[in-house]
Design a protein around this ligand. Structure first.
Ligand code: PBG
Ligand code: ZN
Length: 325
């Protein structure tokens, strides 16, 4: 048989044929849009490090959530910049904080939209670490109690799903127990199971005002060099009762996404993080790349690697582009 009997190009000959043999699909329903809620009213202020994304007061967050829902995006992920910070991060479970009020307001205005909340202490603590500090260290077990309180307050406000991003050991079990005890059996947990200590979070920390005041996050977030450890983290979260697993960041960890996908049956989310977004936006603003094509290619690569759900700051643009014929 000549080498040219089989010609893969036959199946690339037209848009119609290509669409028939396309292996991976990307749709608005795959996307989750992050929102940053700030105190005040009528606030819609573009975030310098995340162009095209905004600090939103509760009233404005409702409009943005509605816009996302109208574009076919099924869920938002809510972060908050509180009115006050202290050592323990107590504004994290204050029912009057921006996150709790936004959750309730969005649930009321757009009941079908799935509301996911980020559960972590770094946005609420004066020192900017993701947990309770003892000496110079983040104390794992004391932090679990705080995380449980934050998660329950989000559930009480009306969240459908909580997403712990702190990387403490045992947090999924602790949060599950606390939710169940308070009657929130139906609130699910999307666990940031595999979260690396990454420089790609830089623009987010500006946006969320959550940079640690001393040290770094390497005693709780994972070493970027490790893959086997990712499977161990994911296995623990499965055992502890997580409903959805997550790998974060996405782009530099697509090998991990594939391995987690092949090893566990749970739905898998990836977080296309702030640094990944910022690099694309900066290059696009310089006219160096075709933003639309780069974004859609990047997002489909995450689906191809095994992601079922993609959290991305590109969500609104991507949903618009995907609806174009
Ligand atoms: C809070 C949190 C972070 C991100 C999501 N939740 C920052 C961090 O861990 O330092 C990063 C999101 C992004 O970069 O887009 N722990
Ligand atoms: Zn944190």
């Amino acid at each position: 048989m000549s080498g040219l009997t089989i010609r893969p190009r036959r199946l690339r000959a037209s848009a119609g044929i290509r669409s028939m043999v396309r292996e991976t699909s990307l749709k608005a329903a795959d996307l989750v849009y992050p929102l940053f809620i700030v105190p005040g009213e009528n606030v819609k202020k573009e975030i310098g490090t995340l162009p095209g994304n905004f600090h939103l007061s509760v009233d404005e967050s409702v409009k943005m959530a509605k816009a996302a829902y109208d574009l076919g995006i099924p869920a938002v992920l809510i972060f908050g910049l509180p009115e006050y910070k202290d050592e323990h991060g107590s504004s994290g479970w204050d029912m009057n904080s921006p996150v709790q009020r936004a959750v309730t307001a969005i649930k009321k205005a757009v009941p079908e939209l799935v509301i996911i909340t980020d559960v972590c202490m770094c946005e609420y603590t004066s020192h900017g670490h993701c947990g309770e500090i003892c000496g110079e260290k983040v104390d794992n077990d004391l932090t679990l109690e705080l995380l449980a309180k934050v998660a329950v307050s989000h559930a009480k406000a009306g969240a459908d799903m909580v997403a712990p991003s702190d990387m403490m050991d045992g947090r999924v079990a602790a949060i599950r127990a606390a939710l169940d005890q308070d009657g929130y059996q139906d609130v699910s947990i999307m666990s940031y199971s595999v979260k690396y200590a990454s420089a790609y979070y830089g623009p987010f920390r500006e946006a969320a005002d959550s940079t640690p005041q001393f040290g770094d996050r390497r005693t709780y977030q994972m070493d970027p060099a490790n893959a086997r450890e990712a499977l161990k983290e994911a296995a623990l979260d499965v055992e502890e009762g997580a409903d959805i697993l997550m790998v974060k960041p996405a782009l530099t960890y697509l090998d991990i996404v594939r391995q987690v996908k092949d090893s566990f049956d749970l739905p898998l989310a990836v977080y296309n993080v702030s640094g990944e977004y910022a690099m694309v936006k900066a290059a696009a603003q310089n006219g160096w790349i075709d933003e639309k094509r780069i974004v859609l290619e990047t997002l489909v690569s995450m689906k191809r690697a095994g992601a079922d759900i993609i959290i991305t700051y590109h969500a609104l643009d991507a949903a618009r582009w995907l609806s174009e014929k």
